[in-house]
Design a protein around this ligand. Structure first.
Ligand SMILES: *[C@@H]1O[C@H](CO)[C@@H](O)[C@H](O)[C@H]1NC(C)=O
Ligand SMILES: *[C@@H]1O[C@H](CO)[C@@H](O)[C@H](O)[C@H]1NC(C)=O
Ligand SMILES: *[C@@H]1O[C@H](CO)[C@@H](O)[C@H](O)[C@H]1NC(C)=O
Ligand SMILES: *[C@@H]1O[C@H](CO)[C@@H](O)[C@H](O)[C@H]1NC(C)=O
Ligand SMILES: *[C@@H]1O[C@H](CO)[C@@H](O)[C@H](O)[C@H]1NC(C)=O
Ligand SMILES: *[C@@H]1O[C@H](CO)[C@@H](O)[C@H](O)[C@H]1NC(C)=O
Ligand SMILES: *[C@@H]1O[C@H](CO)[C@@H](O)[C@H](O)[C@H]1NC(C)=O
Ligand SMILES: *[C@@H]1O[C@H](CO)[C@@H](O)[C@H](O)[C@H]1NC(C)=O
Ligand SMILES: *[C@@H]1O[C@H](CO)[C@@H](O)[C@H](O)[C@H]1NC(C)=O
Ligand SMILES: *[C@@H]1O[C@H](CO)[C@@H](O)[C@H](O)[C@H]1NC(C)=O
Ligand SMILES: *[C@@H]1O[C@H](CO)[C@@H](O)[C@H](O)[C@H]1NC(C)=O
Ligand SMILES: [Cu+2]
Length: 614
């Protein structure tokens, strides 16, 4: 039931095993939106019984992603977008802890494509991580002949993750959910919900040109790309009844909401009128139960929350997502909506009339700039301690202080429209604005070729070159010796298994902003966060060294700092970057290069045979 209809399996046997496993070991909950594929019949059942004898826990989850044009209509305008298998949002990938995921990506689109499996640890499979020019060259346009098969295990991970394009702005429409359920026989560390709903929050452009062109234009002119015109929930803006998703619930039941922020440039507040949540996981890491009526979620992050359907009968309730903006003078007021419907009020005509008559309850949304609410949510979460699972490392081998923010850089050679006197908008980490290599990926240089020579250097600084009052806008803002950044492809080299602590310090050089920083290849522990300049002695008293939350993306407070810690136990090259898509081409990124370990189970295997060349 997990196999999508585009499957072209080279190994039917394993696929059959997979059908068996999911037919016989019913998932712990029945997802309300799951599509049940064909695969019944007594011969299959017999085959299943025979095969199950030989099967261990793990299964293979196979998909083929055909990336190509799709014409859709939103906000009264038809437009061509890039999408997977003619679906927007793209297909859901569903697996269990311990499974192997195999996705063949075929590029029928006119653009270079890569897919990133956001939050998947990719242990010993760095070749499948996906960021263009970091772990691979893109899959070129070329139809059926142009493909790459991503193959990786999801082991020791459970929860809600997602996949998205990791090249240009294509992730605006090329994204979908990636759900990892517990192993057969294993349970959630919270009461079993009756069903679940996956909600992908996104953005929509009213663009006649493709988004790739929107981005290219912005980059060439040294400015910001055009703003989106709407937010979406599962691809629908929900500004009117025709383009609105309906979430069906039964009174008295509890639902697991799996939220993904797939938006390009905006953090979001999420609420459901008349309902509250218990957060149980973020970024596919379990948390202590946290009760709240508002969820705050940054691009790249996920939240799993239980919602009890116990509101008054006879009413309808809006599910709403609205922007949270930390920059001054925020103005983007779009709200995406879906309709929550109780089964006992279930009548399509009634629901439409309800909307028409505006008797649907709308949640009270926070102000666009309500950083206090955002920080209360982000700062209140703690990790759930579980027997046999790793806890925060107490010893630190390498400490780094990394300042980051927007900056100005001299025009790059390719920026033909850049003002040579003024330079262009850029962003940097420790005063390096990250440049992607052009000739080969970082990982290929490091591993297949065995040398960084000419592609990158191993000198990403551990500290900013100049210490200044990072967050005092009147001291930093506009100071030209602080405003200009250097460019480079500089990585931080790490020994296998080192523990690394990074203080991420936002600067106010061009105005402070909450940037969600995403680390590939690892989950990290969030020890502490705060506003102003990081002060070691004061901050150390606030470190949570017992049950800190684990994440793959941290929304560092605007004009503030956060301290993260992780163990570099996964060989490869791993990008750490801002997940506001506008800031990635500006260079708000760096990479860690992790060496192989001493034992065979700590060595990155060679690249797969179909690894795309540049
Ligand atoms: C896909 O859409 C792009 C942009 O609209 C267009 O240039 C291209 O010809 C289309 N390709 C196909 C195969 O339809
Ligand atoms: C993934 O899991 C399969 C099946 O358990 C195993 O054979 C393979 O070695 C694993 N791959 C990696 C990279 O760990
Ligand atoms: C989107 O574009 C259409 C056609 O150009 C226009 O009528 C509509 O007002 C636009 N919508 C928004 C929200 O900008
Ligand atoms: C915000 O608006 C105020 C009042 O118009 C203005 O003084 C201030 O410079 C603006 N701030 C930014 C960062 O644009
Ligand atoms: C938030 O925005 C409102 C309205 O623009 C403004 O009055 C208020 O000062 C802002 N609050 C913060 C914390 O920036
Ligand atoms: C380039 O920037 C400089 C300094 O800000 C400004 O004086 C000049 O007019 C700009 N040139 C163009 C062509 O915009
Ligand atoms: C700019 O910042 C540097 C570093 O902190 C400082 O030495 C210098 O005095 C500042 N310049 C101005 C004009 O404030
Ligand atoms: C911020 O910087 C300005 C200008 O350098 C200075 O006058 C002010 O005292 C600083 N504020 C704080 C809180 O340090
Ligand atoms: C960053 O590097 C540039 C170019 O080398 C230099 O001009 C600038 O002063 C540096 N800024 C800081 C804050 O170190
Ligand atoms: C990694 O480090 C931990 C302690 O931090 C140690 O217990 C473990 O044995 C190390 N593993 C390897 C393979 O070196
Ligand atoms: C697509 O990727 C190829 C190979 O890396 C590169 O040469 C080309 O410039 C890329 N095309 C675009 C439009 O970025
Ligand atoms: Cu950013």
């Amino acid at each position: 039931m997990i196999i999508d209809r585009y499957i072209q399996s080279s190994d039917q046997l394993l696929v059959q095993v997979h059908i068996c496993m999911h037919a016989y070991m019913a998932p712990p909950i029945r997802p309300s939106s799951i599509s049940v594929g064909s695969g019944s019949g007594s011969i299959l059942v017999l085959l299943c019984l025979l095969l199950l004898q030989a099967v261990v826990d793990a299964a293979i989850v196979e998909h083929t992603f055909h990336v190509g044009n799709l014409t859709v209509e939103r906000l009264g305008q038809r437009q061509v977008i890039t999408a997977v298998n003619g679906q927007f949002p793209g297909p859901k990938v569903e697996a269990r802890d311990g499974d192997t995921i195999v996705v063949r990506v075929v590029n029928h689109s006119p653009y270079n494509i890569t897919i990133h499996w956001h939050g998947v640890l990719q242990r010993l499979s760095a070749w499948a991580d996906g960021p263009a020019m970091v772990t691979q060259c893109p899959v070129l346009p070329g139809g059926a002949a142009s493909s790459y098969t991503y193959r990786f295990n999801v082991t020791g991970q459970e929860g809600t993750l997602w996949w998205h394009a990791h090249v240009s702005f294509l992730r605006a429409t090329v994204y979908g959910a990636l759900l990892i359920r517990p192993r057969p026989g294993a349970r959630y560390p919270f009461p079993l919900p009756h069903a679940e709903h996956t909600l992908l929050l996104g953005e929509w452009w009213n663009a006649t040109a493709s988004l790739v062109d929107v981005e290219r234009q912005a980059f060439l002119t040294g400015g910001q790309p055009a703003n989106s015109v709407a937010l979406t929930i599962n691809g629908m803006p929900g500004v009117d009844a025709r383009q609105m998703n309906h979430l069906r619930v039964a009174r008295g039941n509890t639902y697991l909401l799996r939220l993904v922020n797939a938006a390009i440039n905006y953090q979001l507040f999420f609420k459901v009128a008349g309902h509250a949540f218990t957060v149980v996981a973020v970024d596919a890491s379990y948390t202590d139960p946290y009760h709240t009526d508002v969820i705050v979620i940054a691009p790249g992050q996920t939240v799993d929350a239980l919602m009890h359907a116990g509101a008054s009968p006879g009413r309808y309730y809006y599910v709403a997502a609205q922007v949270y903006q930390s920059v001054a003078n925020a103005t983007y007021t779009a709200i995406a909506r879906a309709l929550l419907r109780y089964d006992d009020d279930d009548d399509d005509d009634e629901a439409e009339k309800a909307e028409g008559a505006a008797i649907v309850l709308m949640p009270n949304m926070p102000a666009l700039n309500d950083s206090a609410t955002a920080q209360r949510f982000y700062g209140s979460l703690t990790g759930l301690l579980r027997d046999g699972k790793p806890t925060v490392p107490q010893r630190v081998d390498t400490r780094m202080l990394v300042t980051y923010g927007l900056a100005i850089a001299p025009c790059a050679p390719a920026q033909t429209l850049c003002n040579r006197t003024r330079g262009s908008l850029a962003a940097s980490m420790n005063n390096v604005s990250f440049q992607l290599p052009a000739s080969m990926s970082l990982l290929e240089a490091a591993r297949a070729r065995g040398s960084p020579g000419g592609v990158y250097t191993r000198d990403f600084p551990d500290r900013p070159p100049v210490m200044f009052d990072f967050t005092n806008a009147s001291a930093a803002n506009g100071n030209s010796s602080l405003m200009f950044t250097s460019r480079g492809t500089r990585v931080k080299a790490l020994r296998y298994n080192e523990t690394v602590e990074v203080v991420l310090q936002n600067t106010a050089v061009l105005g402070p902003e909450n940037h969600p920083l995403h680390l590939h290849g690892f989950n990290f522990y969030v020890l502490a966060q705060g506003t102003g300049n990081f002060r070691k002695r004061r901050a150390a008293r606030a470190y949570n060294l017992v049950n800190p939350q684990q994440r793959n993306t941290i929304a560092v407070p605007a004009g503030g700092w956060a301290v993260i810690r992780f163990t570099a136990d996964n060989p490869g090259v791993w990008l750490m970057h801002c997940h506001l898509e506008a800031h990635l081409p500006f260079g708000l990124a760096m990479a860690f290069e992790v060496a192989d370990g001493p034992t065979p189970d700590a060595i990155l295997p060679p690249p797969p045979p179909d690894y795309p060349p540049c």
